[in-house]
Design a protein. Structure first.
Length: 274
């Protein structure tokens, strides 16, 4: 069982390259990350996974520009894959799950027109021997809302007995930022108890715009810095401009491992392991 992929997250793409979000040129930032990944020959990965907040407001024009940046066309059902056409990444499959900034109707219309939008779009897919489960915790800003339907979906996926990666948008653990740490989903212990019933390799998330590495129930739980503004470790939201990051994940044998790469904001767009 060998599988490798790249996680990127929270691009908050606007209508065009001039859109600035809290001081951050989000399209330019995503360009740098994808350029860096291409420069590394895609790290030999099997696919790319974006863990939500592809755009900032949810307008069709934003999604059109996001598709242009990725070099993908809308098609098929969520979560993809959509085949990338960017130079250096042509043919790489890209999977997308929605974040709280992705209105479900706009997200499906602009990426996956064969999928019916729903208030909660729980998704599962498989690549090789590994299955992925995305639990949709809604479009509320700070805290995800973990409902019974999400846990029931997870139970059904885990019952297949296959090695599983859980994908979330919202943070399920504290991330070291007080106002976000107060917004861990209520009843999150129910999620950790559910994971005991399966073969869970790891949990990936975005939303907090910060990279963290935790371990819960002996399962690695990894958050990833956004390719957009970040948050300071303050009581109320403060906004930072830091280098960009992406994560390379590998399943070798029965375990999941992670390597974090950082792309400087100026100079050559190259990822450096951190
Ligand atoms: Fe975000």
């Amino acid at each position: 069982m060998n599988l490798r992929w790249i996680q990127v997250t929270d691009h908050h793409i606007g209508r065009d390259v001039t859109t600035i979000n809290r001081g951050y040129a989000t399209a330019w930032a995503l360009e740098r990350v994808l350029t860096a990944i291409a420069a590394a020959d895609g790290h030999g990965v099997d696919f790319l996974l974006c863990t939500g907040d592809l755009v900032d407001v949810g307008e069709d024009a934003e999604y059109a520009y996001a598709r242009e940046l990725y070099g993908v066309s809308a098609g098929g059902e969520a979560p993809g894959p959509l085949a990338m056409t960017r130079p250096g990444l042509a043919g790489l499959p890209a999977y997308f799950v929605p974040g709280n900034h992705d209105p479900r109707a706009a997200w499906t219309r602009n990426l996956f027109p064969c999928s019916a939008p729903a208030e909660r779009m729980h998704l599962d897919w498989a690549v090789g021997d590994v299955q992925f489960a995305f639990l949709d915790l809604g479009t509320a800003g700070r805290a995800g809302d973990l409902r019974d339907d999400a846990l029931a979906f997870l139970d059904a996926v885990l019952a297949r007995g296959r090695p599983t990666v859980l994908v979330l948008h919202h943070h399920p653990v504290e991330v070291g930022i007080p106002w976000l740490d107060r917004a861990v989903p209520e009843g999150i212990d129910r999620l950790w108890r559910a994971l005991r019933r399966g073969r869970v390799l790891g949990v990936l998330f975005g939303h907090a715009h910060t990279s963290v590495e935790r371990c819960v129930e002996n399962i690695p739980v990894w958050g990833l810095r956004s390719t957009c503004f970040q948050f300071g470790g303050s009581e109320q939201p403060t906004f930072l401009i830091q280098p960009l990051q992406y994560r390379v994940l590998s399943v070798d044998g029965d375990g999941l491992s992670s390597a974090l790469f950082e792309v400087p904001l100026v100079g050559p767009a190259e990822g450096v392991a951190v």
